[in-house]
Write a protein that binds this ligand. Sequence first.
Ligand code: TEU
Ligand code: CA
Length: 550
Amino acid sequence: MARSWWKEAVIYQIYPRSFKDSNGDGIGDLRGIIEKLSYLKSLGVDVLWLSPIYESPNDDNGYDISDYRAILPEFGAMADFEELLEGVHARGMKLVMDLVVNHSSDEHPWFQESRSSKGNPYRDYYFWEPEPPNNWKSFFGGSAWQYDEPTGEYYLHLFSRKQPDLNWENRKVREEVYSLMRFWLDKGIDGFRMDVIPFISKRLDWPDMDPNDFSSAIEQIYANGPRLHEFLQEMNQKVLSHYDIMTVGEAPGVPPHLANLYVGEDRGELNMIFHFGHMMLDWGAGGKFDPKSWSLNEFKEVFNTWHKAVGQKGWISIFLDNHDFPRLVSRWGNDGEYRVESAKLLATLLLTMRGTPSIYQGTEIGMTNVSFDNFQDYRDLETINEYREAKERGDDVNALLQVVHQVGRDNVRTPMQWDDSPNAGFTTAPEPWIKVNPNYRDINVKAALANPNSIFYYYRQMLRLRKENPALVYGDYECIDEGSHWLYAYRRWSKEGEFYVYLNFSSEEQSGIPFPTGLRFRHFISNYPQDASFKDTLRPWEARVYQVVR
Ligand code: TEU
Ligand code: CA
């Protein structure tokens, strides 16, 4: 397997709006990130992925871009961006930007031109139909076809009405995208995370979706369209292959058996993908707001299946949360009595798995979901739309509020908690753009740095150990606990080292871990104090890693 810097790197995702406000307007900004670069360097991460920082009306907090070559004024000026990039590189880190080209904002000049008349040269930069040709639904509620007055036709938007889908069938659109990519790459950025990139090729026969199974519609209808790989190979030939960069595709709707079409090292497309195998485990038939329980065996099966699917030919990123999903310690761990232990256990999984790990801002200090009492405190249009539709349906909106506490995207968009001063040191403004999680007095960076046993220092130690042990990056993987409902145990190995990882995904002490005989071991890392002997038991949320002594 070829060795690459982007395989050995660890990504840290920054959601700029919520990271650090430097000018007291209650909104995070680029100068706030500059202030915290040394903090990020001290953690030991290598690549910073910024969620979008471009000009946008912020209907979807920047994932609706109205000028791909301009910085959102709330975030700062281009000079601030260039200082940020310089500061990242000066510390030996890299910067990856968010490429959102499945759709633009409806306030982008392209769309303003396109909607103005049927004969406009920009008309076919988007998809227009006289009537909705199918029953497609938007991710953010309602139909994916929006009637538009000026020309009396409907345009396609898989996300919000203010995010019209770009028509990649149109070569001019593709050339525009390649040109804006070069604009940023020629400034020296180190790659792109590509927003819903599997959606850019549309099935132009406009087949209906199964309205009762949104998850399968994502795979069967929205993703993996007929010309997708032609487009990605053209993008690679015309742009990506000319730079030494990291490319990671956000890949909802990509099943394991299609993975290597995207990331096979012989494909000339992308380096890796964020797959969603585990991300929809708890989505019921009605989607995200119709949650169902998940089991550890389903969770393990996702990792086992993806490892087999990608094998030695491809590569994936490993993530357990991001700006769209609940805090990992609340979703997969225990954010109450065992918050610290389970956060460290999940850090152990994230950083001993094969793939490029991605850490979401605040996860390194164990930030948790938030439970606002009123819908008025929520900012995410996905939640606001769901609330409006629930009210129109006459649903019990209090029941929905409980679901939002569990699955809403604002769980991960509350301000980064820097210290125990007002608004967690995120802003000097009386009101940040979204309320701070009330637990900031106990959970914040200042407290973490003052506590040698904090989650932060565990992440730092784990990051260092991963860097020192290539077997944790490139080594093979096999699950060794088939079927346990509380234990996730696996082996990682190569000629450079061998490790056994034991994770107790339960709040009870458990015993009977499958321990190979005839090998000599040393303790590698654990989230509990360890003595020299091997114990057959694991304490609640105990993570224990052994290194084979050869
Ligand atoms: O998300 C697309 C996506 O499919 C999942 O992240 C998730 O299903 C979605 O947020 C609905 O729950 C990407 C961005 O990460 C997200 O922030 C944007 O809202 C979306 O695309 C549109 O750009
Ligand atoms: Ca600000």
